[in-house]
Design a protein around this ligand. Structure first.
Ligand code: G6P
Length: 449
């Protein structure tokens, strides 16, 4: 069973226990807003009860479809952007072999999985087509709105490729669409072509959708146990259900973020010491960035992968502008370990470590860095995760989602919309010459002269 704990002793000299307690009434209000669906954005609170609500029928449909995918392709393309891919990618990287796609077919019992449709780079798409040559391919195209440009462009190209290779009917059996139940271009296309579909409910926003078919289908294809993920999320639901701040460390995390923000620590850096957690941070950045970055407010969520980034960003964190705090994810029992051998010659000077494991070295790096950064006036919150498992993944996801809802309400924003994302889209459509944007096009082109 996974367990998570919050250790803020390396942050506690930056605020007092009283400051934490002062938030109790506001936390209670935020808790009620979430659970009674009375706060801003309350039409997007389907994720709150999702771990309890997801049906056996949905899970078994996802598992059956995943088995079909596993038996019918070498490469599974997941086409989606933002909330429509980050959660699945985070899970697959966290739970599987570090070199999942590179493993031999005997060692990897599932297809290779590529996440695409996150850019509009011609080079990238051309290179993707090179890699698909001679491979049996299936596709899961995921878009809640069904109108997002990046995945739509990638899907049009891949769909043509599949139809050429397998014929229209053959391609139809190889495409699964995850989208809205009735709206959007992808829904219309899927209905017309007769693709297998999964529905994203109206009340679950993209960045809160990893525990729906959006995340669960690709995760199930990779061989991970999605029922365990849901169980983990369910236990987090139960563990973080109290409005009492002192009994609920999920809410404590939300409050501490808000305390630091109000003290001018405007950047939160998520730090991990396991490369397999890099995409968990990417998922977390979207969750917090899109939820809180609005009305000219909000912490800037950043991430670093340690020890790698200690050799690039470590200098800044130790010694740059003091507007940072760090949230470190410590994994108490990583999946694997390896011992450093003894070397007679000892030219690399590492014999003092021979017989020690690499995880032992990593642990000392974590602890040493924690103290150094704290000494450098960067408060450190540590989230200690017992292990890397499906259960832990579900638990962590729900922990961060719940804390995000509370934190957004404490900040005084609507955590469930993302109006700012439209600005670039409007300009891009105008410059591309999309119908209805003629006036904007002229203005923008003049500005670009
Ligand atoms: O699933 P989609 O509708 O394609 O959206 C994919 C992503 O892009 C949008 O622009 C939003 O900012 C994100 O919140 C969303 O997750």
């Amino acid at each position: 069973m996974s367990k998570l704990s919050l250790d803020y002793k390396n942050a506690s000299s930056f605020f007092s226990e009283d400051e934490l307690k002062y938030f109790q009434p506001y936390v209670e209000q935020a808790h009620n807003q979430l659970h009674q669906k009375t706060g801003a954005g309350n039409e997007f609170l389907g994720w709150v009860d999702l771990p309890k609500k997801i049906s056996e029928t949905e899970i078994s449909d996802i598992k059956k479809t995943a088995d079909y995918v596993k038996n019918n392709c070498d490469v599974f393309l997941v086409i989606g952007i933002g909330g429509s891919y980050l959660g699945a990618k985070a899970a697959i990287e966290m739970l599987n072999h570090s070199f999942y796609n590179e493993l031999s077919d005997e060692k990897r019992t599932a297809p290779k999985i590529y996440f695409v449709g996150q850019n509009v780079s011609g080079t990238y798409l051309k290179h993707l087509i090179d890699v698909l040559e001679g491979k049996e391919v299936m596709v899961n195209v995921i878009s809640k709105s069904g109108t997002t440009t990046e995945p739509a462009v990638a899907f049009r190209i891949i769909r043509e490729l599949l139809e050429k290779k397998y014929g229209k009917e053959g391609a139809q059996k190889r495409i699964i669409a995850t989208t809205d139940k009735s709206k959007g271009a992808l829904r219309a296309l899927a209905d017309q072509e007769g693709y297998k579909t999964f529905v994203i409910e109206d009340d679950i926003g993209g960045r809160f959708s990893v525990l729906t078919a959006v995340g669960l289908l690709p995760i199930a294809v990779s061989g991970a146990d999605i029922e365990e993920i849901i169980k983990g999320a369910k236990s987090a639901y139960n563990d973080f259900n109290s409005p009492k701040l002192l009994d609920n460390y999920c809410y404590q995390y939300a409050v501490i973020r808000n305390i630091f923000y109000r003290k001018g620590k405007t950047v939160e850096i998520m730090a991990n010491y396991e490369p397999s957690l890099a995409y968990l941070s990417e998922w977390w950045k979207q969750l917090y960035g899109e939820s809180e970055g609005k009305d000219h407010k909000g912490l800037f969520p950043a991430s670093v992968n340690f020890t790698t980034d200690l050799h690039s960003m470590g200098q800044y964190i130790q010694d740059g502008m003091r507007n940072l705090f760090q949230t470190v994810i410590e994994v108490k029992s990583p999946k694997e370990d390896i011992t450093l051998p003894y070397d007679q010659q000892n030219l690399d000077g590492l014999n003092y470590l021979s017989g020690k494991t690499v995880n032992f070295i990593n642990d000392k790096a974590l602890k040493g860095t924690l103290l150094a950064h704290t000494d450098g006036n960067v408060p450190n919150i540590v989230l200690k995760l017992d292990n890397i498992s499906e259960h832990s993944f579900g638990y962590l996801i729900y922990f961060f989602e719940k804390a995000c809802g509370i934190s957004g309400y404490l900040l005084g924003v609507n955590p469930f919309d993302q109006p700012g994302v439209e600005a670039y889209k409007k300009n891009m459509f105008a410059l591309l010459g999309k119908e209805g944007y003629e006036k904007e096009k002229e203005v923008l082109e003049n500005r670009l002269k």
